[in-house]
Design a protein around this ligand. Structure first.
Ligand SMILES: [Zn+2]
Length: 331
């Protein structure tokens, strides 16, 4: 069930300019945008992945990753194909850049599935796996229904979206995990064919309206400069030092073939980020302490072992150790 896209302009000769993301693709009839999900059909921009679901699974919310948003709960997670970025190190390329089988799940049906998943400790729907921004119309239509039933809407995104569509979307989103892939424009330009400043704008705007956590994939020799990491941590702290940062281990994938990130690099990065941020976690690696501690008395609040999460000392938003209200943990 393809649908006419939002956020585009009609040009001469049946061409269109998509203004959903900062690429502003000018698309000729019969052609598609960089994201592969928006096609020009006779001068009309069509969201061809609308309601076309390639993956649907019940995941622990920690897997998104979101560590401070309903810890220990599950979330119905869904995605389709395509992305507006073309990162050489894509960790999900078969889905993102391939042509996976899809089946149609309209917004109403998604709502029904999300409602049923409540019996399995699910809090709502996460749009993830591929880039949800390019699924904009489907997410908007679904989110309106989900919110009416008090189901949560989560997006796991690269944050590369134009200002206006983001503004219209944010009131319907409860939480986002946003990728900040590096803190250098050159990195985004060279390896993702995109830009950092728009991603920063998304983080800053989203932080004011919903719960956010940030993920950064650390790639040896590309974005493991400790000074850049320090700048990034300082910038996040300027927004809110309680925003959780997930430093994720890179594994060779897609068009990049470097060695996996050494554990020592991730630990160093974590130490530096911790100078500015209250909660820094290390992902894609067994071993590191990914528990959450009270920032006042250091009591263990949430214990994590892979995807097993135990809430130890959280009592209606307060630390059971010192009694203080905990910041930036939604339960
Ligand atoms: Zn405490």
């Amino acid at each position: 069930m393809p649908k006419e896209a939002m956020f585009y302009e009609k040009l001469e000769d049946h061409r269109v300019r998509c203004v959903l993301c900062p690429h502003h693709c000018v698309i000729k009839p019969g052609h598609q945008g960089i994201c592969r999900s928006r096609v020009n059909e006779d001068g009309k921009l069509i969201a061809r992945s609308y309601a076309q679901v390639a993956s649907l699974a019940l995941d622990p919310i920690e897997k998104k990753p979101l560590y401070h948003f309903y810890p220990g709960k599950n979330i119905l997670s869904t995605g389709t194909f395509g992305c507006n970025l073309s990162c050489a190190f894509c960790q999900n390329y078969h889905l993102v850049h391939g042509n996976p089988d899809t089946h149609t799940i309209g917004p109403q049906q998604l709502l029904e599935l999300a409602g049923k998943s409540r019996a399995n400790s699910s809090i709502g729907v996460a749009f993830t796996y591929n880039e949800p921004i390019i699924w904009y119309e489907y997410i908007m239509d679904s989110a309106v229904l989900l919110k009416e039933k008090d189901l949560k809407v989560v997006m796991v995104t690269n944050g590369y979206i134009e200002t206006e569509p983001l503004h219209h979307l944010l009131p319907y989103v409860d939480a986002m995990n946003i990728d900040v892939k590096a803190f250098k424009e050159e990195f985004y330009k060279k390896l993702c064919k995109a830009g950092l400043s728009k991603v920063m704008e998304t983080v800053e705007k989203a932080a004011g309206q919903c719960h956010i956590e940030i993920t950064s994939l650390i790639i040896p020799g590309e974005n493991d400069d400790l000074n850049d990491l320090k700048q990034m941590a300082r910038w996040i702290a300027g927004i809110n030092p309680h925003i959780p940062l997930h430093l994720s281990r890179y594994h060779p994938a897609y068009r990049m073939d470097r060695e996996s990130t050494p554990a020592g690099t991730l630990e160093q990065a974590r130490q530096i980020a911790r100078e500015y941020l209250k909660h820094v976690y290390v992902g894609n690696l067994a071993g590191p302490d990914n528990n959450t501690y009270c920032t006042e008395c250091e009591a263990l609040l949430i214990k994590r072992d892979a995807y097993y999460t135990n809430i130890i000392a959280l009592d209606q938003g307060h630390c059971a150790g010192c009694g203080k209200e905990v910041s930036y943990i939604v339960t």
